[in-house]
Design a binder for this molecule. Structure first.
Ligand code: ZN
Length: 219
């Protein structure tokens, strides 16, 4: 913990002064363009991966980057999504899964979660993803060989759940919010993106013009 505490001191001494104008402006309010939903996994840093600054991403994290389908029961995710979309007016929502996701492994082997009853129940929100993969591969029992497929289906499923939230549905219907499904590869730093037309996850450069443009500039 010591390095975390000394990190705060370093931030205040070295980082804050170099961006003081930005922080003073941010103190007056936020206007993020993107709601970024990802896993709580410690190996993911949304601002690092997207090279964005404070104020640019409204970030919601939990085990498995799950968006519970809308219900009349209030939950942290439901309230945060409603706030981001209806109050802050974000125009993009990214659901970002990742490789080696412990939550997805848990969804594949829920019988190993007997000592973690809340995790087991939470991962029930991924069940449709495991069922889709089971149906596609014709297996009754999934194993870690199916990890990539379930990770992808889970992102697609959570995008579907997003559409059940009234604030999101309204903005999608009027073209004011766009959904994105990504998978971040911890080992390679790569990001693949869901293409709704093909139903496949594709490399980022074939999905977004801005990515190719920036890459070309760097080269
Ligand atoms: Zn994870």
């Amino acid at each position: 913990m010591d390095h975390v505490i000394s990190g705060v001191a370093k931030f205040q001494k070295e980082v804050y002064p170099s961006k003081e104008t930005t922080f003073r402006k941010l103190a007056e309010g936020q206007n993020p363009e993107v709601l970024f939903i990802t896993c709580a996994d410690s190996r993911i840093d949304p601002n690092l991966v997207t090279q964005t600054d404070p104020g640019e991403l409204f970030i919601c994290r939990n085990a498995g980057n799950i968006v519970p389908p809308h219900s009349n029961q209030t939950g942290g995710m439901t309230a945060s999504i409603e706030f981001a979309v209806a109050a802050l007016g974000v125009s993009h929502i990214v659901v970002c899964g990742h490789t080696d996701c412990g939550a997805v492994k848990g969804a594949i082997n829920p019988e190993k979660l007997d000592s973690l009853p809340h995790v087991r129940e939470w991962l029930g929100h991924c069940r449709a993803a495991t069922e889709v993969v089971k149906e596609r591969c014709g297996e009754e029992q999934l194993c870690l060989d199916h990890l990539e497929a379930v990770t992808q289906e889970n992102v697609v499923l959570q995008m579907q759940h997003l559409r059940t939230h009234p604030a999101v549905a309204a903005k999608i219907a009027t073209g004011r919010v766009a959904l994105h499904g990504w998978i971040y590869n911890i080992k390679t730093g790569g990001v693949t993106c869901y293409n709704e037309e093909s139903g496949e996850f594709e490399p980022m450069d074939s999905r977004y013009e801005a990515f190719s443009h920036k890459a070309a500039v760097t080269v």
